[in-house]
Write a protein that binds this ligand. Structure first.
Ligand code: DNO
Length: 394
């Protein structure tokens, strides 16, 4: 079986490890969120977290994430020191027995949405990205210099009418969603800070940014190999440029460039079906086949998307992603590794986000990280895997 894991945000998470155990997950995905980005994760802090998880009868399977300092992404300031620190953190994690580390290389922001409370017909609630709403954020809320010039006329006029229909409350909601909607980073910014950070990328185009990532990989992958750690870069979410920023982990070409830059099982990807799948131009069945040998971690969730770059997160078997084929490819890849790889570990997967359902409405949770919604996804993933295994494997 693949390894069923659950993202847990540490002792501050309102969902306890005891509850996680009852979801049936065996592995925990977590990070030392308290350590400032760029600092070394010490063996002591790593051991303490590991202990805590093991005392609850679970295993710390995946580190998500060791964040990459903005100086490394831009190759300015103290980037050399930060890369050394990053390598040291990998080595410390590897020495503690950790096998998989997830990270991303998105500029300025992690994942972005424009609505955290999209209602389904059955009353459940999910996360949504409306392209035009994001243009409104860029042009009217951020007021980013040159933003207007960066969009075609028809998009701008749709954004203008979208904006004109918003009342004050709706506008504030959009702004808050965007600012908190650096959800992944756990940081909150002001509009000024965001603009300042974006401005830091004015001389970095896609090619240059790719060079920065590859230079980083050339440094860190040997460190990961030395302690048997598999790195798993997370795709951009959504996988296209936002706010004029370069994004380089969104398509099959991007992923192949990354895995070929340093050809090693330690240089892999997180196959996040929701992030990659939110773009209509990505064919996930083809991507999973081509990338299978370098998939070191899987995030499974479905999305409904359209050709105008709108999408929302959906139930596991609703939406545009063919979960059956993806799971089948993952199972076959995992079997191949089990038979051939002397250092075999099962590919870890997690349900990623879930809708808010049932008792989730009585709690506040970090967007996407509900208890019941994720548990339902995990249960469905488990059933899917068992069904496929029993029908294709002896
Ligand atoms: C969103 C997550 C991402 C992911 C990072 C990995 O829910 O999947 O925030 O953790 O991009 O570095």
């Amino acid at each position: 079986m693949l390894e069923q894991t659950w993202r847990w945000f540490g002792p501050a998470d309102r969902i306890t490890l005891e509850q996680v155990r009852q979801t049936g997950a065996t592995g925990i995905v977590t990070a030392l969120h308290q350590i400032p980005t760029g600092d070394v994760w010490t063996p002591k802090l790593i051991a303490e977290r590991k202990d805590l998880i093991e005392k609850a009868g679970l295993t710390w399977s995946v580190v998500e994430s060791v964040p990459v300092h903005e100086d490394i992404k831009k190759r300015i300031g103290m980037y050399k020191q930060y890369i050394e620190n990053y390598k040291q953190t990998i080595v410390n994690l590897g020495n503690a027995g950790m096998k998989t580390i997830c990270y991303n290389f998105m500029p300025v922001t992690d994942w972005s949405r424009t609505n955290l409370k999209m209602k389904f017909a059955d009353g459940a609630q999910s996360l949504q990205f409306e392209y035009i709403a994001f243009v409104v954020v860029d042009v009217y809320i951020l007021n980013r210099p040159n933003a207007r010039e960066s969009y075609p006329a028809d998009i701008l006029s749709s954004a203008d009418s979208y904006f004109n229909k918003l009342n004050e409350e709706q506008l504030n909601e959009l702004k808050d969603t965007f600012l908190l909607g650096f959800p992944g980073s756990g940081e909150t910014f002001t509009i000024e800070e965001v603009n300042e950070r974006i401005n830091g990328y004015k001389d970095i185009n896609k090619e240059k940014f790719q060079e920065h990532l590859i230079a980083f990989l050339k440094e860190i992958i040997p460190a990961a190999e030395s302690v048997g750690v598999k790195m798993a870069i997370h795709p951009d979410d959504p996988p296209w440029s936002l706010m004029g920023l370069p994004r380089i982990v969104g398509t099959i070409e991007d992923a192949e460039k990354i895995i070929n830059a340093v050809d090693s099982p330690s240089n892999g990807i997180t196959f996040c079906t929701g992030s990659l799948g939110s773009a209509y131009f990505n064919n996930l069945n083809e991507m999973v086949e081509k990338l299978a040998h370098r998939i070191n971690f899987a995030h499974l969730r479905n999305v409904t998307r359209d050709e105008n770059l709108n999408f929302h997160e959906d139930y596991l078997f609703n939406g545009d992603i063919d979960m059956y084929s993806i799971m089948k490819t993952l199972i076959l890849e995992n079997e191949k590794r089990r038979k051939n790889d002397s250092e075999y570990i099962p590919i870890p997967l997690r349900p990623d986000h879930g809708a808010q359902i049932l008792g989730d409405f009585n709690e506040t949770n970090y967007p996407g990280y509900s208890l019941y919604g994720r548990m339902k996804n995990l249960a469905e993933i488990r059933g899917l895997e068992i069904g496929i295994r029993n029908s294709i494997l002896k």
